[in-house]
Design a protein around this ligand. Structure first.
Ligand code: DLL
Length: 427
C-alpha cells in the first residue's frame, strides 16, 4: 500500500519543483530566524530567483558540533510558546542535542511515519506493538503518532520488561512490531525461553531500525518471528524515524522522502558529492521543518545512492542500508572496518553463530579486538577458523571468543556493539 500516492509516486521533474519551492522557503526561514544561519546563507543568496538547489552546495555544512555549541535551543526558529514538543538525540558522549517541533512539524512527522508503516505492510485497522523507547528518544512517540495517523491500534509497550512484552504479543496478537532489530531478536529468544513459539504469534510486519543491521540479520529475524521485516531510518536532528524506509515489495534500499528531506551523499573527507553506488556520508536538508530547520546537516551515516527505479512504484530515490557511522569505524592494525561488516560475514559463516555479539578492545602488546559471539554448540565451531574467515573477507585481524547463548547483555533499545576494556592509559 502507498500511503500518499500523489506525493510518493510523483514524476521526478515535478518533485524537483516541489523541492525547489520548499528549499527556497527553508533557506529564507532559517536565515531570518536562526542567527547561526543568517550570515552563512546571506553570503550565498543574492536574489530569490536563482535555483536554490544549484547553490545549496555553496552553503557550509551544519555539524553535530555546531548543534552542541548552540545547546540547548540556539537552532530553534520559533518562540518557545510555539513549540509543541521537545526530543533529544541519543548521542554518545557530551550533551545530547535538543530538537523542537511545532504542531505542523509533528503533523509532517506523523505523515512520514504513516507512509513508512504503509511501506512496511501495515493497513489501517491493524494493531502495532511499539517497543521503541517512549520519552526523549524519538522512536516511541514517533512511531506512535504515525501509527495513530494511519488508523492503527497502538500498544505503547516501550523498551524493557521483555517477558511482559512477550505475554502481550501472545495475548493481543498484533499484526505489527516496531523496535530495534536487536530487540526483535531478544523478544523471539525470550518467547522461546518461556516455552512458546514466536513463529505462531501471528505477526505480519516488523518495522525495525535505529541501529545498523544486515541482510543476514534480517533473515534470522524473519525466520524467528515468521514476519516480513523492513528497515526504517531517521535521526532526531532531522525529525526522528521516517526519514527513509524500505518497501516490503523490494526490500532493497530505503526510499528517502524527498519532498520533505533533500539528500546529498558526500565524501566524508572532501565534502564533494560522490557518484551513485559509492559509499559516502548522508547530508540532509529539511524542506518543511518550522521549529528547527536544518541546512546541509552531516548525519555521520555512511550510505550509497541506489539510483534504479523501484518495483513498488515510488519515485523517491533509495539509499543503501546504513553501513555505520563515520565515528563508529574501527581501525584494527591499520584496517578500517564497521561492526556491521563483521556481522554480515560472521552470520553467513554458520547458523550456529547467534546474532548476539560484541566487539571488545582488550589490553595486549598491540591493540586487540575480540569478537565475542554466542554460539549454540561451543564444541562444534573453531574460533580460529572463524577468525581466519573474517581475515580473508575483511582483512581484519580479530580474536574470536565463543560464548554460551544468553551470556551477553541485551540492551532494551540500541545494541551496544563495541566496548573498551583496556586500562585507561592504553585507550
Ligand atoms: O534512532 C530515530 C529512529 C527511531 C530511527 C526509530 C528508526 C527507528 P537518534 O537517536 O537521533 O534517532 O539516532 C540517529 O541512529 O544517525 C544512525 O546512526 C542511527 N540509525 C537510525 N536508523 C538507522 C537504521 C533514531 N535504520 C542515528 N540503520 C542515525 C542504521 C540507523 N542506523
Amino acid at each position: 500500500m502507498i500511503w500518499d500516492r500523489a506525493m510518493e509516486t510523483m514524476d521526478r521533474q515535478r518533485l524537483r519543483r516541489v523541492q525547489e519551492m520548499r528549499l527556497r522557503w527553508t533557506l529564507n526561514w532559517a536565515r531570518e530566524r536562526v542567527p547561526f544561519y543568517q550570515e552563512r546563507i546571506d553570503r550565498i543568496i543574492s536574489s530569490d530567483d536563482r535555483d536554490p538547489i544549484a547553490y545549496l552546495k555553496d552553503i557550509p555544512f551544519t555539524t553535530k558540533k555546531d548543534l552542541r555549541a548552540q545547546y540547548p535551543t540556539g537552532f530553534f526558529a520559533v518562540p518557545r510558546h510555539e513549540l509543541r514538543r521537545i526530543h533529544a538525540s541519543s548521542g554518545t558522549g557530551g550533551k545530547p542535542t535538543m530538537v523542537g517541533y511545532t504542531a505542523r512539524d509533528l503533523a509532517m512527522w506523523a505523515e512520514v511515519v504513516a507512509r513508512s508503516l504503509a511501506a512496511a505492510g501495515a493497513r489501517p485497522g491493524d494493531m502495532l506493538h511499539n517497543a521503541y523507547g517512549y520519552g526523549l528518544f524519538t522512536g516511541g512517540l514517533g512511531l506512535h503518532a504515525g501509527a495513530e495517523r494511519m488508523g492503527l491500534t497502538v500498544i505503547p509497550a516501550s523498551g524493557g520488561g521483555t517477558e511482559r512484552q512477550v505475554e502481550l504479543l501472545c495475548d493481543l496478537r498484533p499484526e505489527g512490531l516496531a523496535c530495534t532489530p536487536s530487540y526483535a531478536l531478544n523478544l523471539a529468544e525470550t518467547g522461546l525461553r518461556l516455552g512458546g513459539d514466536p513463529k505462531t504469534w501471528g505477526l505480519k510486519f516488523a518495522i525495525l531500525g535505529a541501529e545498523p543491521w544486515t541482510e543476514a540479520m534480517r533473515q534470522r529475524i524473519e525466520n524467528a518471528l515468521n514476519v516480513s521485516a523492513v528497515d526504517i531510518y531517521g535521526l532526531s536532528e532531522i525529525t526522528g524515524p521516517g526519514v527513509a524506509i524500505e518497501c516490503d515489495q523490494a526490500k532493497d534500499g530505503l526510499h528517502v522522502f524527498e519532498d520533505f528531506f533533500y539528500m546529498e551523499i558526500v565524501d566524508p573527507k572532501t565534502g564533494d558529492a560522490v557518484s551513485p553506488g559509492t559509499l559516502g556520508e548522508l547530508v540532509l536538508t529539511t524542506l518543511a521543518k518550522e521549529a528547527m530547520p536544518m541546512v546541509r546537516y552531516r548525519t555521520g551515516d555512511l550510505v550509497s545512492l541506489l539510483d534504479d527505479p523501484c518495483a513498488c512504484g515510488r519515485t523517491h530515490r533509495k539509499i543503501s542500508r546504513v553501513v555505520g557511522r563515520t565515528d563508529d569505524m574501527l581501525v584494527v592494525r591499520g584496517v578500517n572496518v564497521f561492526p556491521s561488516e563483521i556481522e554480515r560475514v560472521m552470520l553467513n559463516l554458520s547458523t550456529e553463530l547467534e546474532p548476539n555479539y560484541q566487539l571488545a578492545w582488550e589490553d595486549g602488546p598491540m591493540p586487540r579486538l575480540v569478537l565475542e559471539v554466542e554460539s549454540q554448540t561451543s564444541n562444534g565451531l573453531d574460533p580460529a577458523w572463524i577468525a581466519r574467515r573474517l581475515k580473508e573477507a575483511l582483512r581484519v585481524s580479530l580474536e574470536v571468543r565463543l560464548l554460551p547463548p544468553g551470556t551477553l547483555v541485551r540492551a532494551p533499545g540500541k545494541a551496544i556493539r563495541v566496548v573498551d576494556r583496556r586500562s585507561t592509559e592504553r585507550k
